[in-house]
Design a protein around this ligand. Structure first.
Ligand code: ADE
Ligand code: ZN
Length: 319
């Protein structure tokens, strides 16, 4: 039981594909007749021994092969929503990676509609609100991202925004400027992973070239005092994921995590689980692992609600 169950929490950094627990992966593999390159749930879990972001992404993309139908995407996200609601989840903005699915022959609409089915059910049955953020894979060609955005044109009503994820080092934000500008024209919010493994300049580029309203991770911003001053001045929300940073070796120890320094600098930091099935903790577990006291936990939770794309009325309910 989380110490912070009673605190209404907003998850702003949560990848749908990163909620795939090994048990469900095997169930879906059986259901869809897909071969997983692991003999058992235990074997798969034993592979969760990552050396960096890329070593994790290799496994993350391999296991997504079991996700094939609208029902699969519903079942995936519903399992996350039920489990997280029990830890005090009140609102969630869910990242998803269409380019991890459509090249395998999965229909874009099945991905979106399955995830949206789960969110609709969560609002009715769990009182959890939320929306979807379509992420482009930055290590895939920009033209593919542009085509993916065009595929989204008849689902704009269920999309909150667009994001940028996958391998960061060697794949800077700037080439995606036109795709993000188009997303803005379509009325979508914009966020991007930046400053997770790549230096602070990645965060600056995401702000300047993509016009992002939030930065995902952003922990490396501390290397650039001018950038920190800008992020504080502009009150840019940073969605920080300490358990992810630990498991992907961005930090060697939770005790070395820059969260306290980020808070001390006055940054608008919030706390999230990233890929909870892989990193050993859902949103309440994450608060338990790093929130030092009730006052700080309340500040982190408030920052998340304020930094969310929820309606003004919903924000008022949660604050
Ligand atoms: N995709 C899923 N999790 C990610 C992370 N932490 N960084 C970049 N891309 C991701
Ligand atoms: Zn992430």
């Amino acid at each position: 039981m989380s110490r912070f169950t009673e605190l209404p929490k907003a998850e702003l950094h949560l990848h749908a594909e990163g909620t795939l627990e090994p048990e469900l992966a095997f169930e879906l593999a059986r259901r869809n007749g897909v071969d997983l390159p692991f003999a058992s749930v235990e074997d798969l879990r034993a592979a969760y021994d990552f050396t960096d972001l890329q070593s994790f992404l290799d496994l993350y993309y391999a296991t997504t092969a079991v996700l094939r139908t609208r029902r699969d995407f519903h079942d995936l996200l519903w399992a996350y929503l039920e489990r997280s609601a029990a830890q005090g989840l009140a609102h969630v903005e869910v990242f998803f990676d269409p380019q991890a699915h459509t090249p395998r022959g999965v229909a874009f609409t099945d991905v979106v509609d399955g995830l949206h089915d789960a969110l609709t059910r969560a609002e009715a049955e769990l009182g959890v609100t939320g929306g979807l953020i379509l992420c482009f894979l930055r290590d895939r060609p920009v033209e593919e991202a542009a085509r993916t955005l065009e595929q989204a044109r008849d689902r704009l009503d269920v999309l909150l925004g667009v994001g940028l994820d996958s391998a960061e080092v060697g794949f800077p934000p700037a080439p995606f400027a036109a795709v993000f500008a188009r997303a803005a024209e379509l009325g979508l919010h914009r966020v991007a992973h930046a400053g997770e493994e790549a230096p602070a300049s990645s965060v600056t580029e995401a702000l300047d070239h993509l016009g992002v309203e939030r930065v995902d991770h952003g922990v490396r911003c501390l290397d650039d005092p001018g950038l920190v001053a800008r992020l504080v001045r502009e009150a840019v929300p940073l969605t920080v994921c300490p358990l992810s940073n630990l498991r992907l070796k961005v930090v060697d120890d939770l005790a070395d995590h820059p969260l306290p320094a980020m808070l001390a600098a006055g940054l608008k930091v919030s706390l999230h689980s990233d890929d909870p099935a892989y990193f050993g903790g859902y949103v309440g577990d994450t608060f338990d692992a790093v929130a030092p006291d009730d006052t700080t936990a309340a500040l982190l939770a408030r920052n998340a609600v304020e930094g969310s794309f929820a309606s003004a009325g919903r924000k008022t309910e949660l604050l």
